[in-house]
Ligand binder design. Structure first.
Ligand code: SAM
Length: 287
């Protein structure tokens, strides 16, 4: 593959600062200008936008974001990269870098402090070892967000965007689609990263819904039903829910599914969000 300006710059920075990409932090630096541009464009970043970047790394995406956005806040866990980012981002005055673990940060407070009442756009090439916890934190904390545009492993991208009925559709799919409308943006080959990850990647954009995709009486119960339905994928819905600690007999689950007009021998992976909502609301109202 042809050496790009970004890949040459990445190698030079690593050499100059005597750094090695840290595996434990999931460091795979993106070196393709076209892909960097496509991420920023698909997030629709403009001067009105406040952007939260997770894991700026050596700043390849951060500089591009800075040129398009009003403000950029970048959270990087690796303190070795902070002095490098200071140099790379010199003169990019709308960027602030925080050296912290995104999973431990009080993001609600941090976003309010830096962005006030403007909803943030999250844009990131995510560290793959914690993709799901990061996405779930962004969604479950019900932060003031507009969209989440992220590079993830292709297989995870497929799961985030899956329709019901296939192997990719699972508890993560339902949780993400409850809060967001997902869009596949781009498949990215592993060759454009330093070092190369073992699998291909995908850029996805999750547009945060104004209201969840389905209205439920009890959100916690809804997610408990979803989790139980996927806990053992080969089980029928009747058996999976009966084993789900709902304090109900098999007979009562059978009656409940019948009342929802949902066949008891279906598998969780065939249920739409509306059907999960129906089951959880029926459970809630007959408690
Ligand atoms: N944005 C850079 C790029 O596209 O080249 C780097 C992306 S790299 C896949 C992931 C980045 O996330 C690394 O810089 C890594 O140090 C950082 N990171 C890993 N775990 C983190 C965490 N818990 N909180 C914040 N940053 C983290």
């Amino acid at each position: 593959m042809k050496e790009t300006t970004v890949s040459a710059a990445t190698k030079e920075l690593l050499k100059k600062y005597n750094l090695k990409a840290a595996k434990k932090f999931g460091q795979n630096f993106l070196t393709d200008e076209g892909v960097l541009k496509a991420i920023i464009e698909s997030a629709g970043v403009s001067k009105e936008d406040c952007v939260l970047e997770i894991g700026p790394g050596l700043g390849a995406l951060t500089t591009g974001l800075s040129q398009k956005a009003g403000k950029v806040l970048a959270v990087e866990i690796d303190r070795q990269l902070i002095p490098v980012l200071k140099v790379v981002l010199f003169g990019y005055d709308n960027v602030q870098v925080i050296n912290d673990d995104i999973l431990k940060l009080d993001l609600r407070a941090v976003l309010a402090e830096h962005f006030g009442s403007v909803p943030a756009k999250v844009v990131a090439n995510l560290p793959y070892y914690i993709t799901t916890p990061i996405i779930m934190k962004l969604l479950e904390e019900k932060l003031h967000l507009k969209s989440i545009t992220v590079m993830v492993q292709k297989e995870v991208g497929d799961r985030l965007c899956a329709p019901p009925g296939g192997k990719d559709y699972g508890a993560l799919t339902v949780a993400v689609q409850y809060y967001c409308e997902p869009h596949k943006v781009l498949i990215v080959p592993s060759e454009v990263f330093i070092p190369q990850p073992e699998v291909d990647s995908m850029v996805v954009r999750l547009d945060i819904r104004e209201k969840p995709a389905v209205q439920v009486q009890d959100e916690a119960l809804f997610f408990k039903v979803v989790k139980a339905s996927f806990a053992q994928r080969r089980k029928t819905l009747l058996n999976a829910l009966s084993a789900g600690n709902f304090g109900r007999s098999k007979e009562s689950i059978k009656a409940l599914l019948e009342a929802c007009d949902i066949e008891e021998n279906r598998r969780g992976e065939t249920l739409s969000l509306e059907e999960f909502a129906m089951i959880s609301d029926k459970m809630d109202s007959s408690r």
